[in-house]
Design a protein around this ligand. Structure first.
Ligand SMILES: [Zn+2]
Length: 528
């Protein structure tokens, strides 16, 4: 009762200061909402009118609309922009429901060095199929390198291969990619020396493209990795994003202050360095990352030959044992199988449990045998519990950290994938804003909206501002909740009532409407 009275008073107060908008007919009016505009500025109460896909007015709206949404008691925010996704196959899953259900209205794909080879073809496919969210992409350096060099090889490119790579990146930028990503723990990215990346990244500069990186090391050597990012940004003359910032092994935990100081130092020098993060203490990537690069170099046939030879196999096993020791781990229990097509019964089991199930023993020797066996049968996706909660919160508090899930489009019910693809934004708003108070609500929204829009140059998105595209999320900050867990990830969040993309309702009362108003967002190198 008191809360209701208070709200009435605030509404009455704002009626004085918000100028009435002349009577007019709109497509949609969202009334009585608490507007959080995406800039980080404090919330205020107002109506929001939409016409022709764009925000027509914000204030006391006197006119009428075909669709009226009552947002009393709800927050009205810009649609969330997720700068780090692996939703490269959105044309295959055009509703992208896990993203829409989290309030994400714009996704950036092509991360961690992996993207479509032909950006123009990808865009025309998406525009032909029609998808729910807006879509932008980076071009993946790993994809480009593998294509030019005929596979994943641990050698520098020839001059001809370098020319081919530059040509592919340049074409990608002309086609509208927003920048280039690297994944320097993956094959073939890991075989790329810094000079090679600098040379390729120079291609981005005239197109105002961003360089994003899954860095070479997110553990004990993280400062070297950051220095590599800074050098690339400096020498190529581009801005750079540190993807999914984290300290991913316990020998590096607690070094957040050093990491953030290094980034601040680089910014003080004049470099534009920003970062993104997901709100979970586990990461997710291929189980193959547990196997040394040298064992997998050159592709699958070479890997099979190496594990088929007793001597080379002994070397691989020794390296895997040494790596455990180096990271102060007694076994591979921190690694969980998320999706293994060859043997889906193992999905959701950690490596010791899976070794016990398939080999009758959870000894480290059997765990290693199982990991090599998985790779021999096409590999599996994994979830890796290696991040410290305190570190996660320190990185989250840094004002230049965006919220991004690092997930692909999820197929509901398939495998036991990382929960971040279902819960990330809702988890930030529930756990880190409402429960723990790590971020103010307005600040959390800023990291999901205007900060990514500014960083990736989406000039008319990421804020609630008259004239901008009407990407809008309406949610209840008191009840918003993620429900996806590591054990049982296939649950959408609750508390998000409406999601609009380009003025079209794609989520209503928590249900996907089937609408596909998403646009391809091409890089706009020239200021306008
Ligand atoms: Zn990554």
């Amino acid at each position: 009762m008191l809360a209701k009275l208070k709200r009435g008073l605030v509404l009455a107060a704002f009626a004085w200061v918000v100028a009435p908008v002349p009577t007019q007919t709109f497509d949609t009016i969202v009334r009585h909402g608490r507007i959080i505009d995406g800039t980080g500025n404090p919330a205020y109460f107002a109506d929001l009118a939409i016409a022709n896909g764009r925000i027509a007015a914000i204030g006391k709206i006197m006119g009428k609309a075909k669709v009226e949404i009552d947002a009393a008691g709800q927050v009205v925010a810009p649609g969330f922009i997720d700068v780090h996704t692996h939703a490269d196959d959105v044309a295959k899953f055009p509703l992208a429901e896990n993203f829409i259900q989290m309030g994400v209205t714009t996704i950036i794909a092509g991360n961690c060095g992996s993207s479509a080879k032909n950006i123009a073809e990808l865009f025309s496919e998406i525009e032909h199929v029609h998808v729910s969210p807006n879509f932008a992409t980076l071009i993946g350096q790993g994809t480009v390198r593998a294509e030019a060099m005929g596979g994943s090889f641990d050698r520098p490119p020839t001059a001809r291969e370098m020319t081919a790579m530059k040509g592919t990146v340049e074409q990608g930028m002309k086609d509208g990619a927003v920048g280039m990503s690297t994944g320097l723990i993956y094959l073939p990215g890991t075989f790329t020396k810094t000079d090679e990346i600098v040379e390729l990244t120079k291609v981005l500069a005239p197109y105002n493209g961003i360089y994003t990186s899954h860095m070479r090391d997110e553990g004990a050597k993280i400062l070297d990795s950051l220095n590599e990012v800074f050098r690339i940004a400096r020498e190529a003359g581009v801005r750079a994003e540190v993807s999914h910032i984290k300290l991913s092994s316990n020998d590096a935990w607690g070094r957040t202050a050093e990491v953030l100081a290094a980034i601040e130092h680089a910014r003080a020098e004049g470099l534009e360095i920003t970062q993104d993060e997901y709100a979970y203490t586990a990461s997710s990537t291929g189980i193959s990352q547990l196997i040394p690069d040298s064992a997998r170099e050159g592709g699958r046939q070479k890997f099979l030959a190496r594990v088929g030879n007793a001597e080379t196999k002994a070397g691989i096993v020794a390296e895997m044992r040494a790596s455990l020791e180096h990271h102060q781990r007694k076994d591979f229990a921190y690694a969980v199988i998320a999706e293994y097509k060859h043997d889906p019964a193992l999905d959701g089991m950690n490596i010791p449990a899976a070794a016990k199930a398939r080999r009758g023993s959870e000894s480290v020797a059997d765990q290693i045998e199982l990991i090599l066996d998985i790779e021999s049968h096409g590999g599996a996706q994994g979830v890796f519990h290696g991040i410290n909660e305190d570190d996660l919160q320190v990185f989250m508090r840094h004002p230049n950290t965006m919220i991004a899930c690092d997930s692909g489009v999820r197929e509901f019910g398939k495998g036991v994938p990382h929960p971040r693809g279902y819960g990330n934004n809702a988890r930030v708003l529930a756990r880190y804003v409402r429960e723990l108070g790590v971020l103010r609500l307005e600040d959390a929204i800023r990291r999901m909206t205007s900060l990514p829009a500014q960083t990736f140059h989406f000039k008319d998105r990421g804020q609630l501002r008259a004239g901008d595209w009407a990407d809008v999320v309406i949610f209840d900050p008191a009840t918003i909740q993620d429900h996806a867990t590591y054990e049982d990830p296939h649950h959408y969040p609750t508390g998000i009532q409406y999601v609009l993309v380009n003025g079209v309702v794609v989520l209503k009362d928590g249900k996907h409407t089937g609408a596909t108003p998403g646009m391809v967002l091409r890089n706009q190198p020239v200021a306008n």
